[in-house]
Design a protein. Structure first.
Ligand code: UT7
Length: 319
């Protein structure tokens, strides 16, 4: 498998830390020093489906394909206004695709799960051209009265088109049972036969525990993928990590003894955009010329579940 196009779309509203401190007991200094975030984009008058369609169309244009040439659409999404139909079906309508569509929820690790699934479909010759699109609005899961979570997230959609090729060299995904450290429970409709209430719980996160799990899973995941491919950490050009906290990225980088320029980041202006964070950064690096033909790239993510994923590939665009 190889990536042949990327695209992304952001909400227009930029919300600074100062804007949050107007209605939350927080400060620019706290958010900046604990997370690295300065501002984030938040959906106001857009909707997520349209961002997902725009990101997907840009990725198709970049790949030189039309929607009708797609064999499968896999969308990573945790929440959006529609529970059903899937957001991938809504995207298909927006890009004139007529292929199977499925949504996948692996929380912030979604892009890695999507790529792993796409690679399996392509290897089995069940599909050739696959659109992977990550569309997330985590700002709709938080309580905006809770400074522990509301300051962390931003919204975005980002996509990649993949096809047959031999650029992808290794992929590992995993999940282990730790739902209590990070969860969101949404209200369901009342039913006359249900004897208990499910009113929903806004996003809850045990930040310190997630921080430790994230650092350990990321470092271990990268070491595993290097072992799978027989490469050393020094031979990788770019480590694109889930953008959840600058301190997590820095801790992993230090443990791997790698220079800062190999760990790109956009968390300062995007916040944590859940599964969109890795493809969003990938698209920005592709479009600003950071990624060069032949570069070795590691993607590494983690999220609620607890889910983790890591993959390694050669960048084969911009030859
Ligand atoms: O993609 C999802 C994955 N999520 C993550 O990867 C997040 C991982 N965890 C983290 O990034 C960090 O744990 C946080 C940024 C969430 C928190 O940083 P921390 O250094 O672990 O802070 P803390 O939990 O130790 O909180 C320290 C203090 C607390 O006050 P007390 O109890 O010591 O009086 C919090 O109430 O900071 C307080 N606090 C805040 N203060 C100002 C928490 N949020 C805020 C805030 N502004 N926004």
């Amino acid at each position: 498998m190889k990536i042949i196009g990327t695209g992304s779309s952001l909400p227009s509203l930029s919300v600074t830390n100062e804007m949050l401190s107007v209605f939350l007991d927080t400060s620019d200094e706290w958010i900046r020093s604990r997370t690295g975030i300065l501002e984030r984009r938040i959906i106001s008058d857009e909707n997520l489906k349209d961002l997902a369609i725009e990101a997907s169309q840009k990725a198709l244009d970049d790949a030189g394909l039309t929607g009708s040439e797609l064999d499968y659409i896999i969308c990573s999404n945790v929440v959006n206004y529609y529970v059903t139909p899937s957001i991938s079906c809504l995207v298909a309508g927006g890009i004139q695709a007529a292929c199977p569509c499925v949504d996948l929820n692996a929380a912030c690790t979604g892009f890695l799960y999507c790529l792993d699934m796409a690679a399996a479909y392509i290897a089995a010759k069940k599909a050739k051209n696959i659109l992977v699109v990550c569309a997330e609005e985590p700002t709709r899961m938080c309580s905006w009265k809770d400074r522990n979570t509301a300051v962390l997230f931003g919204d975005a959609a980002a996509a990649a088109v993949v096809t047959e090729g031999d650029a992808f060299r290794a992929s590992r995904i995993s999940a282990f049972h730790r739902p209590e450290v990070l969860y969101y429970q949404r209200p369901l409709e009342d039913c006359p036969f249900v004897k208990y209430q499910q009113r929903g719980v806004p996003l809850y996160m045990n930040g310190k525990e997630v921080f430790k799990l994230a650092v350990n899973a990321s470092t271990q995941g990268i070491e595993n993928i290097l072992a799978d491919t027989g490469l050393t950490a020094d031979q990788v050009d770019h480590y694109i990590l889930h953008q959840a906290n600058m301190r997590i990225i820095e801790t992993v980088r230090t443990q791997l003894r790698q220079p800062p320029h190999k760990f790109p980041h956009n968390i300062e202006s995007r916040g944590n955009t859940s599964s969109a964070s890795i493809p969003l950064l990938l698209d920005e690096m592709h479009r600003n010329g950071t990624l060069q033909y032949g570069d070795t790239v590691v993607l590494c993510g983690f999220g609620a579940g607890f889910t983790t994923g890591t993959c390694l590939f050669t960048w084969t665009m911009n030859e």
